[in-house]
Design a protein around this ligand. Structure first.
Ligand code: AHR
Length: 507
């Protein structure tokens, strides 16, 4: 709170023209064999909370509470060096390999069967990535046959002999990962990758025409390849795939908090650009199909701190601690804002994965010697995943523009609204201003008579850099927003400076 006069914003929810249904897969997560994400994260037979299969129960509970609906596995950069066969069969016979993506050693103690079991336990759909970096069509087909074919072939019977009678229910497949990245094992040009993605997709469809296939978009909006990569890849593969991936990581650069808090604007632009390019290729090719966008990696990631923690030289540890940053209020507000962007493009964003889930760039911290706890970014994700199910509605935001550091200016407020299946309305709001509250009025045409506030919570605090830590795990957590009221068919709410809020109205 400051004594500066509050800003004023007027928001209008257009209930008559829904953007689209929020796809369940938008609340996905991403688990990679990176750092302590798998080993020491979701799997640790030595931990006091481990179940008979070695999965940490404390982590299982928090992942369920987080509400991820889908989980992308096993990478990420890791997948581009991965031999899936290493991770199946008797555990004592599985080879130890270099994990070149993360300069470590992979024990292969967890592979497809174990991870699919974990996904079942958390109730999430499994999304698999195939290695198109150092491998190709044949290995992707082998994996698909192993995972999907009922019985009676060498690969299917191998799966059954390994203890899984029924096929794994994997419908959504990533054709590689970030193939334009110079860091990627087997980096390719757009022409090379576009042809490979097309060939792999056609082959997979001969195995199962109903698979849903994701081609790699560029690794992010700041890549020099961004744009031309998408165009070229899709000219080769447009009609062979169903979705194109987009990856987005936000991080404060040079302490520019104002620009960081406007990361949602950058994601909005990125999504608009990607969708524009996809549709331009569609029109150029005369295709009748419209592709979805799979934002299968997104988060706040202190990537610049990574280099310092990455092992080097002769040091090849197993499961080193990587990217285990605690998150602060500003990070949580940005995560909430990025979700708002995804909801506002519910017409095209049909899959998305918070990267990642446990320990590494994650909303859940799983210390080796203590119980798992919720980092600050846990809260906006969990609350949005729980309450933003239904139809996304357009929200016209009339709010002052504020200084957004290196980004120039940005609207002080961002918002999304979802008409939930029980007839209620969930409104998500972010105040990006560093100092001033915002008095927001949300006009909803046709708000049911008798509608009242069912729930109103905000994430806010005295200092945007205050973080939840193992010693103060609740420092950043949602509090009731008592300013919220419904008056004469409009919702009024005061948004604290640097805050994320969720308001539910209904009867
Ligand atoms: O999520 C961490 C890494 O970020 C992934 O392995 C890679 O795909 C991206 O660059």
């Amino acid at each position: 709170m400051t004594d500066r006069a509050p800003l004023v914003a007027r928001l209008e929810v257009d209930a008559a023209h829904p953007i689209g249904r929020v796809h369940d897969r938008v609340f996905g997560g991403f688990v990679e064999h990176m750092g302590r994400g798998v080993y020491g994260g979701l799997f640790d037979p030595e931990h006091p909370s481990a179940d008979a299969e070695g999965f940490r129960r404390d982590v299982l509970d928090l992942v369920r509470e987080l509400g991820i609906t889908m989980v992308r596995y096993p990478g990420g950069n890791f997948v581009s060096g991965y031999r899936w066969e290493d991770g199946v069969g008797p555990i004592e016979q599985r080879p130890r390999r270099l994990n070149l993506a993360w300069h470590s050693v992979e024990s292969n103690r967890v592979g497809l069967h174990e991870f699919a079991r974990w996904a079942e336990l958390v109730g999430a759909e499994l999304m698999l990535a195939a290695n198109l970096g150092t491998r190709g069509v044949l290995e992707a087909l082998d994996l698909a046959e192993y995972a999907l074919h009922p019985a009676g072939t060498a690969r299917a019977d191998e799966r059954r002999a390994n203890g899984r009678e029924e096929p794994f229910p994997v419908r959504l497949w990533c054709l590689g990962n970030e193939m334009d990245g110079p860091w990627q094992l087997g980096q390719q040009t757009a022409d090379e990758y576009g042809r490979l993605a097309s060939r792999t997709a056609k082959a997979l469809r001969q195995l199962d025409p109903a698979l849903e296939l994701v081609a790699c978009g560029s690794s992010g909006p700041l890549m020099p390849t961004f744009g031309s990569w998408e165009r070229t890849v899709l000219r080769h593969a447009y009609d062979d795939v169903d979705l194109l991936s987009a990856h987005f990581y936000a991080e404060p650069v040079d302490g520019d908090l104002a620009a960081f808090l406007a990361s949602g604007v950058a994601l909005d632009r990125y999504l608009d650009d990607v969708i524009g390019i996809v549709d331009a290729v569609r029109d150029e090719l005369g295709s009748v199909r419209t592709l979805g966008i799979s934002v299968d990696e997104w988060n706040v990631w202190y990537q610049s701190r990574m280099a310092a923690s990455l092992p080097t030289g002769d040091n090849w540890p197993e499961a080193p601690a990587l990217s285990e940053d605690d998150y602060c209020l500003a990070d949580a507000v940005v995560v909430g804002d990025l979700l708002i962007s995804l909801l506002r493009r519910a017409d095209r964003v049909t899959a998305a994965c918070l990267a990642q889930v446990v320990n590494v760039i994650a909303p859940i911290a799983a210390p080796a010697d203590a119980l798992a706890w919720r980092r600050a970014t846990f809260h906006p994700f969990a609350l949005t995943a729980r309450h933003a199910r239904g139809e996304s509605l357009p929200v016209a935001v009339d709010a002052p523009f504020i200084a957004a550091g290196s980004l120039g200016e940005a609207p002080a407020v961002s918002a999304a609204a979802v008409r939930t299946d029980d007839g209620g309305l969930t409104v998500l709001l972010v105040n990006r201003d560093l100092e001033r509250e915002v008095d927001a009025t949300v006009v909803v045409a046709g708000l049911a008579p008798g509608a009242r506030v069912l729930e109103a919570v905000s994430l806010s605090g005295p200092d945007p850099l205050d973080a939840s830590t193992i010693d103060a795990p609740d420092r950043v957590s949602p509090c009731g927003n008592t300013s919220t009221r419904v008056e004469a068919g409009v919702v009024r709410v005061t948004l604290p400076a640097v805050s994320w809020s969720l308001v539910r109205v209904g009867r």
